[in-house]
Design a protein around this ligand. Sequence first.
Ligand code: URP
Ligand code: ZN
Ligand code: ZN
Length: 487
Amino acid sequence: MSSLPPVLIRGGTVVNADREQRADVLCVDGLIAAIGENLEAPPGASVIDAGGQYVMPGGIDPHTHMQLPFMGTVTQDDFFTGTAAGLAGGTTSIIDFVIPDPKQPLMDAYRTWRGWAEKAAADYSFHVAITWWSDSVHADMGTLVRDEGVNSFKHFMTYKNAIMADDETLVNSFKRSLELGAMPTVHAENGELVFLLQQEMKAKGITGPEAHPLSRPPAVEAEAAQRAIAIADVLNVPIYVVHVSCAEAAEAIARARARGQRVYGEVLAGHLVIDDSVYRDPDFNFAAAHVMSPPFRAPEHQAALWRGLQAGHLHTTATDHCTFCAAQKAAGKLDFSKIPNGCGGVEERLSVVWDAGVNTGKLTPSEFVAITSANTAKLFNIYPRKGCVAVGADADLVVWDPAATKTLSAATQFSKNDFNIFEGRTVTGVASHTLSHGRLAYVQGDLRVELGQGQYVKRPAFGPVFDALSRKAALSAPSSVHRAMAA
Ligand code: URP
Ligand code: ZN
Ligand code: ZN
């Protein structure tokens, strides 16, 4: 018998990716037990009055880096503080990254990350990065898919001399992903060009954060996106492009999709609302705090990303939550290429996307659910357990007050970092309550989290259609990914 009291969410509007309905939602033993009008509260139930509010699937952030060792340091937020911050903003699951060092066995790195993540306050899963290639990597990919519930592999096409995957690695890993029914994903930037442009900037004496976007222009991202898409096309494997930041990369995805290729794109909340002027700020700390890759872009790119989400060429929103404090960013005071790359956002994503998307009429509430949880759950094969308010689904829910406002700030955030890229932005639309497995984890400013309450989420491999594709048969049949996306 569970000691968890039932929770009845009464009087709200339930929003799924395909519909809205006025209904109560009853959560029992961590699952959604009933959805309907005038539900009775069981004895001992906590009752939430959701009148005037939406009841939506908890956010799924498909791209975070908690406790990441990167560029000689380790991120501020670990799996506890990072997932707790997510819960405060309505995000109930993250998909983080295991990033093996080159030559490090995948399974060693995977076990290390699983150990770090045991303290998570909310659910978590892992993409595993392929940073090198060998027979043992080939074998470990199989073990990860078959035994550990990993159904996606990440490829960094940049970070030369560190974790960059060359074309040989991409080709081998994409092919192996197809055999296994896993989704290859890419960070699309041409690492050779970035490296060259960084040297050129420094040779010209441009050493501050203003050089960061100059060394990573849109063409560098577009080239890598097109190359990855072309490799995936030849091999007949679906591909997911993380943090698409510019019009050129979004257009490459749209073109491939128009040809019938299964290409999916992710957008970061930050890239939707912040532009590249941040790098020209004379305050080093402010500019360096925004150093992430790909960089923030000129405003016209934000418009292209919104259009991509609206048109369905881009599918998910994420944050790439990867927090470094001012003291860590200062490592690049004399050389911008040494500033640890990364920014936060796991706590703010839902409010930022709602405020800039729904409140402006760009997105409907259902489209908001699609790009903040449902599409991610479908693409990474955990739908409808996650990303859907349905009987039998995990009771991972956010009660969303569309009238409440909040001014985002490092001074009030739950994240451990000392900076907030959305500082001073007032948003309308905030989480009033967040439930994780039916447990009230956040109640109107009160974060109720404990170490280790999150669970590891296994994501099964995609099956029959990947098999068909790998046999080069039934090429015109819709993939399970496509069927899920159309559902
Ligand atoms: O700058 C970023 N994005 N840091 C995290 C690592 C990555 O590239 O995703
Ligand atoms: Zn990246
Ligand atoms: Zn990342």
